[in-house]
Design a protein around this ligand. Sequence first.
Ligand code: HEM
Length: 224
Amino acid sequence: MHTTMNTLRAQWLRIAVHVGSLIPLAALIWDYFNNQLGANPIRDMTLRTGKTALILLMLSLACTPANTVFGFRQALKVRRALGLYAFLYAAIHLLVFAGLDYGFDLGLLQGAILEQRFVLVGLAAFLILVPLAVTSTKGWMKRLGQRWKTLHQWVYLAALLVIVHFVWLVKADTREPLMYGAVVVLLLVVRIPRIRQMVSNVRRRPRNKPDHLVIAKEAKHLPQ
Ligand code: HEM
């Protein structure tokens, strides 16, 4: 009992991520088999999987800043799982579109890609996510070394393309996609080394202490 509690305490974030990421899928399957998907079930499935993919992608992007800005180290341990769940939902999203909506008809699909710009950018975002998901393992990380980091920075382009996808597909009110877009931009901005440094300096500065005391304390550690 004691060890179970300890494991739960140590692993709570991992457990929360797995459970939280699988709930939308379980709800979707439940609603599908219980005919609770609304008047247009295929559209409902497309929208739900697309939205979940975007949210999980953004959460995976938030893990590094959560560590650098707030010192929340545990977030780094769930970054990969969140990214892979985002990819899973994006893949289901694409399968629903290509399979259920277009019956895997390549001619029709080609027409949709060429005629609807939001489909084209969605596809581009998905194609970026494929190699990132494939190379997300420790083995690939070792094999690619420094190149792994460069490759995985493409995730920001994928996220921005998803925002463009979302903005272009809504007919009138672009407020919701733009709100998501603002968060993605903010997550990108806090990665800029100068900004990251500034933010983490503010965080490290002990509260309730006048600035000159903090500066004097820091000066002691500087090479004389
Ligand atoms: C080939 C790739 C893709 C295709 C064909 C596609 C297609 C679609 C379609 C048809 C819709 C619904 C449009 C409507 O009925 O109003 C949609 C919505 C959406 N898609 Fe995609 N998509 C693709 C890739 C992606 C990816 C990679 C993501 C995220 C990681 C994504 C996120 C979204 C979001 C957030 C919505 C809007 C959901 C909402 O309004 O609640 N899509 N997509």
